[in-house]
Design a protein around this ligand. Structure first.
Ligand code: SAH
Ligand code: SF4
Ligand code: F3S
Length: 468
């Protein structure tokens, strides 16, 4: 019999990218191989996101398209993983009756059983591995049954071949008024530091040079081990000691948790990258209060300023929601002003999307869709102008870049393309996660190279390697 194949389709955040890779690992260990695409796969998994309506619509549409194929080919196994499995637990089999199983993020270790059972049953299985209601579980419960699964990972996964994500926490307890994450990912739980450090060590031994630690609210990491309390700063300091690791960063830091101890970790320098993802969400105190974010914009400014004082050249990335219920022109202008002022290295901005069951869902979603669209476009325009200004300020500076591979689009700039002498246009990442292209030998791939920035475009930096 021909070897069975699988396809994993991932939506949503870095947590999901990691879960998608862990799922793929497990299928490989079961003897399946990766299909060329969704069309050829015998097992299709959707790792889903519920953070906005649009992300869910895409899954319902793409998974819906498999209905006729499942009718023709009952042996096809279709699974819905991720946050939507928890959120739409009662709806998925009604809307997508051809789906075989649903599996919440806290039950990934059940994947192998689910695939086997669905395969044995053929069509009409409808299996589910989901959390008990959040209220029935004690806060801080560590999902230790997931530890073995998590630690069994075979392959690194990240943004490029030398990068890996490592989860340090599960869930979230912040309950920002608009957000579904605490409901679908469950209560906050910090993984044991020894397990995290072990995982980082093994990834580095396998060739990973850059690790990103992941948590929805990573600044609240706390775990007792052998009589000692570990917080994020302790964990970062310990991971930074691992030989061979050249870059280490962590996301996402809630502004209220951006402690001096975390700032000191950043100030310690390599391998800790001068990069901070600290979402503001809005520039208006009124909106922040309505969002239950737990800080004022003055406090946000103060924390970021404190970090920048200690870490010159710090890259600060932020998220924003436009069109939150009740957001006035004045509130929105406060957000625009913040973006103009703050010099964010990256901005992720979204139109507010009502999430059923959250506190904000009780409010009137009163900003019209057209206005949300206009505000989003304006916000991104203001940010790209400010980003170009700060990129230009980098011209002439030298930055330490991790070379990730050949430039995927060398035709972008023919003048800097290959010259046939073993040199080629290489792609690299700056400490602030920006893409830097420069010419050099392929032997540099995987190493750190100082690159002097010579030219910038709105999305990419160009430079030349500095001889060392
Ligand atoms: N834990 C992270 C991010 C969680 S979701 C944090 O707290 O920063 C990623 C981003 O999606 C959020 O930062 C927010 O900007 C956006 N988001 C969350 N819920 C949303 C909603 N209901 N509508 C629109 N955007 C939302
Ligand atoms: Fe959602 Fe807030 Fe938790 Fe982030 S911190 S995941 S925005 S509830
Ligand atoms: Fe989406 Fe779940 Fe991540 S809702 S943003 S995939 S935590």
């Amino acid at each position: 019999m021909a070897q069975k194949t699988f396809h994993v389709e991932v939506y949503g955040c870095q947590m999901n990218k990691l879960d998608g890779q862990l799922a793929a690992d497990r299928l490989r260990a079961m003897g399946l191989r990766e299909a060329v695409g969704l069309r050829d796969a015998d097992v299709v998994l959707f790792v889903t996101c519920s953070v906005r309506q649009h992300a869910e619509d895409r899954v319902y549409s793409n998974a819906g398209k498999l209905k006729h194929r499942k009718a023709r080919q009952p042996g096809l196994v279709i699974g819905i993983l991720g946050c939507m499995a928890e959120k739409d637990r009662d709806d998925i089999f009604r809307r997508l009756p051809h789906v075989d199983f649903i599996c919440g993020p806290g039950h990934l270790d059940r994947l192998e059983d689910l695939v086997r059972e669905a395969t044995a049953r053929g069509a009409g299985g409808h299996l589910a591995a989901l959390d008990a209601p959040r209220a029935a579980r004690s806060p801080g419960d560590v999902d230790d049954h997931l530890e073995a699964f998590e630690l069994g990972r075979l392959t690194p996964v990240g943004e490029h071949p030398f990068h890996a994500y490592v989860r340090v926490m599960r869930g979230c307890d912040n309950f920002c008024a608009y957000c579904i994450v605490p409901y679908v990912r469950g209560p906050e739980a910090s993984r044991p530091p020894s397990a995290i450090l072990d995982e980082v060590g093994r990834l580095v031994a396998a060739g990973v040079r850059h690790v990103t630690l992941l948590g929805q609210s990573i600044g609240s990491y706390a775990r007792q081990e052998q009589g000692r309390l570990w917080q994020l700063a302790d964990l970062v300091r310990a991971a930074a000691e691992i030989e061979g690791l050249v870059r280490l960063d962590f996301v996402t830091t809630h502004p209220k948790n951006l402690s001096d101890a975390i700032i000191e970790c950043l100030a310690a320098g390599p391998p800790v990258a001068p990069y901070l993802h600290v979402p503001a969400q809005s520039g208006s105190d009124r909106v922040l209060r309505a969002m239950h974010r737990g800080y004022t914009i003055g406090e946000y400014r103060e924390r970021v300023a404190a970090a920048r004082r200690r870490v010159p050249g710090l890259s600060v990335a932020s998220d924003f929601i436009v069109g939150y219920p009740g957001e006035s022109d004045e509130d929105f202008e406060a957000t625009v002003a913040l973006i103009r002022e703050m010099d964010f290295s990256q901005v992720f901005a979204f139109k507010y999307s009502v999430r059923p069951g959250t506190a904000a869902a009780r409010l009137d979603d009163d900003v019209p869709e057209d206005m949300k669209k206009d505000r989003l476009a304006r916000l991104l325009k203001v940010w790209s102008e400010s980003a170009l200004r700060s990129k230009r300020a980098l011209i002439g500076r030298t930055v330490e870049c991790l070379v990730t591979g050949p430039s995927p689009k060398p035709h972008l700039d023919a003048a800097e393309g290959g010259d046939g002498g073993g040199r080629m246009q290489l792609s690299s990442r700056s400490p602030g996660q920006q893409i830097v292209l420069f010419e050099g030998p392929s032997g540099l791939i995987g190493s750190m190279v100082p690159v002097r920035i010579t030219r910038v475009s709105p999305i990419t930096l160009f430079g030349e390697a500095v001889a060392v």
